[in-house]
Design a protein around this ligand. Structure first.
Ligand code: ADP
Ligand code: ZN
Length: 604
């Protein structure tokens, strides 16, 4: 039942022995002319799902992608494999575009990448009418979702593809996985008949860790120094200013860090992105403007130093770590201030009440993940409608947090907020509330006579940071809220009363003691070379150096020539002939021809 031509393309062109997971079924379905909606986590192997059918079917596969800045790299990588690929986008001059158009009309392209706004122009539609189309692949299909974090209005126009070319199969792909998003994609792209392929979203090689934020830059630096020295990684921040200051801080401390955010000029962004892809060990400090479509396989960590706005966004961003399947870290530092700030941003955001409610729900889900005493992975996958057992590779599994009865502590906080409001008509932020609870005399307590409040000093038994933990969790659970007037002042909620009345026991979470420090939770996420046996190391290094040279000469990232995983296999297997080398995963016909002799010489 499966198509022998697909298997042949997989082995000959891509150099892979077998399909992974659903790939085979998807490829067969699309080769047979069916529509498909593919949901696979980052690194799951989505590209082959449309590249193989495009090579098997007659005509050119049209790939719709919003990622103009990455098209050149994608085309270069395919060219290295001997695939005839090109793109049409606004970075080209008219002459280049004309040549690509001609190649398409002459049937000389296997794959053509086009930005959606370009595709929807009359000129482009008419061009496509005059050539032969193998399929449409709609990459990053979640961009059609208005509620999502990457909405692109141009994507809404893509439903017309079906009307204009009803016989051409369409395959939409995304790594965003909630059921709601899936339904929305199918609807908006008019994929009524499409078969849905939903892969497991588990990324077992990623270790999820969420720590309490205190001195976040220090904590970040500790993480990099103790576990990810010299590794490539991404640090996500909420604002441009924070990107800049964090990148500066890391550079001053000897880390090769670069900034990336929408406020930088396109030239600087392109150059930083290109360095991240091409050089080893660059740390990209970025807003969420960075990362979609970046297929660098050896990103060893993704760190968030501000709270992401949704679990979907968080999962998408952390998914950029460890695409090569080797161990990687997803690390998030989060604290009281994050909750206050995000609640405030939601209150102040434009849009109607329904929109704000939705943002609030997304934040609540994210906070639930942060405060969980359950396995993080169980929680994450549950969010995407998938069930697993505790993973053994997240901070909760490795160092279970303790639960303690926080009812009385919570009552102290809530009654302080209540009294200030009721008796004095005043509202304050977390810092001042904590000062009152701990009985700390400050200018403000004196000035406002807060030392005479009955709650003054009732919480001297807990440290300031313990109180911050209590307040943070009350906010996260919606038992306390940020006042709508803004300024981060605190107010009671509907739920507060039951706690004040002692109607139930409120269990809170306390970090295990070690975690605050740069605890080694079970060894560092090792880079590819470290785990090789000693006698294979020199060959691996020699292959890497050779690869670096070739990549430089071709002007492409090193992993486009060969992945680390392929070089590892070569270093271990020491193939003695072209034929043996051809059996290594990731060595296809074209690369065997181009580099076979070089590699055999290095092995010998
Ligand atoms: P996605 O687009 O889903 O994030 P990619 O298509 O970039 O993932 O694939 C992730 C990695 O897995 C790539 O390095 C790719 O070469 C590799 N890969 C994909 N399919 C296979 C396969 N069948 N066998 C071996 N490696 C594969
Ligand atoms: Zn776990």
């Amino acid at each position: 039942m499966s198509d022998p031509r697909a298997q042949d393309v997989l082995q000959r062109v891509f150099g892979y022995e077998s399909f992974r997971g659903d790939q085979q079924a998807i490829v067969d379905h699309v080769v047979g002319g069916g529509d498909a909606l593919v949901l696979m986590p980052t690194g799951g192997g989505k590209s082959l799902c449309y590249q193989v059918p495009a090579l098997v079917r007659a005509g050119t596969g049209i790939v719709v992608s919003p990622l103009i800045a990455l098209m050149q790299d994608q085309v270069d990588a395919l060219t290295e494999l001997g695939v005839r690929a090109a793109f049409l986008n606004s970075t080209q001059d008219w002459r280049e575009a004309r040549d690509v158009e001609q190649a398409f009309l002459d049937g000389e392209l296997d794959l053509l990448y086009v930005a959606p706004e370009r595709l929807l122009t009359d000129r482009c539609l008419q061009l496509l009418d005059r050539g032969r189309i193998a399929l449409f692949a709609i990459d990053e299909a979640h961009c059609v979702s208005q509620w999502g974090h990457d909405f692109r209005p141009e994507y809404l126009g893509l439903s017309m593809l079906h009307e204009r070319w009803p016989d051409v199969p369409r395959i939409a792909l995304t790594a965003t996985a909630t059921a709601a998003t899936r339904v929305e994609i199918a609807q908006r792209l008019a994929l009524d008949e499409a078969r849905h392929f939903v892969a497991s979203f588990d990324r077992p090689n990623i270790r999820y860790r969420i720590v309490e934020k205190n001195e976040v830059r220090r904590q970040l630096l500790d993480l990099l120094r103790s576990e990810h020295e010299g590794d490539s990684g991404v640090v996500y921040c909420l604002s441009r200013a924070r990107v800049e200051e964090t990148a500066d801080f890391l550079c001053q401390n000897g880390v090769s860090a670069l900034p990336y955010h929408a406020g930088l000029s396109p030239a600087v962004r392109a150059s930083n992105q290109s360095r991240f892809l091409r050089e080893d060990g660059i740390v990209m400090v970025a807003t969420i403007a960075f990362g979609m479509g970046i297929d660098k396989p050896d990103v060893r960590f993704v760190a968030h130093i501000d709270l992401p706005k949704s679990v979907e966004g968080y999962y998408q961003e952390t998914g950029r770590a460890g695409r090569d399947g080797l161990p990687a870290t997803a690390w998030l530092a989060y604290g009281l201030q994050d909750v206050v700030q995000q609640r405030r941003m939601i209150d102040e955001s434009p849009g109607d009440e329904a929109y704000r409610r939705r943002l609030g729900q997304q934040l609540d889900a994210m906070l639930g993940l942060c405060e969980t005493v359950e396995c993080r992975r169980v929680r994450l996958l549950n969010y995407f409608g998938q069930t697993i057992t505790a993973c053994g590779n997240c901070d909760v599994c490795l160092e279970p947090p303790q639960a303690w009865d926080g009812t009385v502590a919570a009552q102290k906080v809530l009654s302080a907020v209540y009294r200030l409001w009721k008796e004095r008509g005043q509202r304050y932020g977390a810092g001042h509330i904590i000062d009152i609870l701990r009985g700390k005399a400050t200018d403000r307590t004196r000035q406002h006579g807060h030392e005479t409040l009955s709650v003054f000093g009732v919480g001297a038994d807990l440290s300031e940071s313990a109180w911050r933990g209590v307040l943070r969790q009350l906010l996260a659970h919606g038992l306390l809220t940020v006042d709508h007037e803004g300024f981060g002042t605190l107010a009671l909620t509907e739920g507060s009363r039951a706690v004040l009345k002692g109607e139930y026991q409120l269990m809170l979470r306390r970090e295990s003691e070690k975690k605050g420090r740069a605890a080694k939770s079970g060894g560092r996420a090792r880079a590819a070379a470290v785990e090789l046996p000693a006698d294979a190391q020199p060959l691996f290094e020699a292959l890497r150096n050779w690869r670096g040279e070739v990549a430089k000469n071709h002007g492409v990232p090193a992993y486009v020539i060969f992945h680390d995983a392929t070089l590892r296999e070569i270093a271990l297997a020491r193939p003695g002939s072209i034929q043996e080398l051809g059996h290594i995963n990731g060595v296809g016909v074209r690369k065997l021809e181009a580099y076979g002799e070089d590699i055999l010489r290095l092995v010998a």
